[in-house]
Design a protein around this ligand. Structure first.
Ligand code: PLP
Length: 489
């Protein structure tokens, strides 16, 4: 059989509300052009994230009914703990309400002002939690990572020599831990090879540094190792996952990703003293260590989800469906991060919209246009999310890549939904020259992409103004903004 079908049937359905372009224009204005501020019912296909959006299985729902809601010592916790130990292999398992809570607890116990945390690439909440403590988050991906069109089987790898150089430069005593994010979410959902995990571990061992995995998409990463790394073809994904964790001293996990649950997370460690400190802090903000901010039914759903996500038919189907989307738009000329990742397709918005300067956020502009065109919600992973400022001048530093992520929720959309997405992207691609940039009207101090307000920048003369001309920026209400001139190129 050539066609890889969805290895599940639909048991419960959720209707999708259809909207018109005029309605979507109004919704966009009401949401200040920030797709996080839309009402989800006004979205036709929601590819904002694969986080917490999975359709739970019948087995997960029935386990949820079994959930025991005892405050302390619930059997649901022990089932959860046993499953996590079986797959992840760490000594201590600390539940938390989601990944960022696990991150906050880990970094609060391990980092202080002036600490430096290396990672292949920090996810946005990871970076924010480190910076909030006055520590520094340093990204050390391999050089191929920043070249969207370059094909590499393990583009998520850490640059091992860059790690050594960093440790030598800042000193091992300033580095409380080294992290590897599997898969590397911020730049294409790209996997990390077992060889790289081993190499990073050996460097950590040389300097007595603990290695932690940001394990959100551990099953997808393990499946890529099986498919691409010599020597793993005949091992099960579960065995590969176990080996990945065997090289680490602990992990943080969002069960909203490869836990196939709608909420939840945890952190693990082999360090007894650290585990005690983590549990003490957990009680302060999350809850008692046998529930960590979760209901017993959530712990049950996660335990079942962690087993289901390792089913190889499922992972094979998931990769095939994501490749299908990527290959169809790429073959029509849409620039994407190659090769397609494990949970999403990332469009290279800078390459697609070269007429939009980086300080007018081409990624955000494209995400807005996909919603306007077809009610598709995607997520900017570029300068809006990156939000890096020069510490001396305070000037914004553009992100190394301007991406728009189309994340595929687990077990939610069918092939015809994806065909609709492909059509919409190709229509937008056809008229890409007419897409305007955006400016930020207001923004919070941390994680600004969630709540920042935007407005589109219309340029005088409209699209197609010849190269090298400057034009005045005109606000949507017709006022000219004399404070800023844009170079149209
Ligand atoms: C989602 C995610 C997190 C944070 O998890 P939440 O459950 O959203 O708090 C951390 N790291 C990575 C790589 C993620 O994808």
């Amino acid at each position: 059989m050539k066609t890889i079908i969805e290895p599940f049937r639909v048991k419960v359905v959720e209707p999708i509300k259809m909207t018109t372009r005029a309605e979507r224009e109004k919704y966009l204005q009401e949401a200040a052009y920030n797709l996080f501020l839309l009402r989800a019912e006004n979205v036709i296909i929601d590819l904002l994230t694969d986080s917490g959006t999975a359709a739970m299985s019948a087995a997960q729902w029935s386990a949820s009914i079994r959930g025991d809601e005892s405050y302390a010592g619930s059997p649901s916790f022990y089932r959860f703990e046993e499953t996590v130990r079986d797959i992840f292999g760490f000594k201590h398992v600390v539940p938390a309400h989601q990944g960022r809570a696990a991150e906050r607890i880990l970094f609060s116990t391990m980092c202080r002002r002036g600490s430096v945390v290396p990672n292949n690439t920090h996810f946005d909440t990871t970076r924010a939690n480190i910076e909030y403590l006055g520590a520094e988050a340093v990204d050390l991906p391999v050089p191929e990572f920043y070249q969207p069109a370059v094909i590499h089987p393990f583009k998520g790898n850490m640059d091992a020599q860059a790690l050594i150089d960093l440790i030598e430069r800042v000193g091992a005593d300033r580095i409380p831990l080294v992290m590897l994010t599997v898969t590397n979410n911020s730049g294409g959902g790209q996997p990390v090879s077992m060889a790289n995990i081993r190499e990073v571990k050996s460097i950590c061992a040389r300097y007595w540094l603990p290695l932690y995995l940001d394990a959100c998409r551990f099953a997808e990463n393990a499946c890529f190792i099986k498919l691409r790394e010599p020597g793993y073809a005949n091992q099960s994904v579960k065995e590969i996952a176990r080996e990945m964790f065997s090289h680490a001293d602990g992990c943080t996990m969002s069960a909203k990703k490869d836990g196939l649950a709608n909420i939840g997370g945890f952190l693990c460690t082999n360090d007894d003293q650290l585990a005690q400190q983590e549990k003490d802090l957990l009680i302060l903000t999350e809850g008692f260590p046998t529930y960590g901010g979760l209901a017993g039914r959530d712990l049950e759903a996660i335990a079942v989800g962690l087993e289901e996500v390792l089913h190889e038919d499922y992972l094979q189907y998931r990769f095939a469906s994501i490749r299908y989307l990527g290959e169809h738009i790429a073959s029509a000329g849409v620039p994407i991060v190659q090769p397609p990742g494990g949970h999403a397709i990332y469009i290279d918005a800078h390459a697609m919209l070269p007429h939009i300067p980086l300080n007018q956020y081409p990624g955000q502009a494209l995400a807005i246009e996909l919603y306007r065109e077809a009610g598709i919600r995607s997520c900017e992973i570029g300068s809006v999310m990156h939000a890096e400022k020069d510490p001396v001048t305070g000037e914004e530093i553009p992100a190394p890549m301007e991406l728009v992520r189309l994340a595929i929720p687990h077990r939610v959309y069918t092939q015809s939904h994806i065909d609709y997405v492909i059509e919409a992207i190709l229509d937008v691609y056809e008229r890409r020259d007419s897409i305007p940039g955006v400016r930020i009207v207001s923004q919070p101090k941390f994680l600004r992409h969630f709540t920042a307000r935007f407005e589109p920048i219309e340029f005088v003369g409209g699209p197609g103004v010849s190269e090298g001309l400057t034009a005045e920026v005109v606000l949507p209400d017709g006022r000219a903004d004399a404070t800023r001139e844009v170079l149209l190129s």
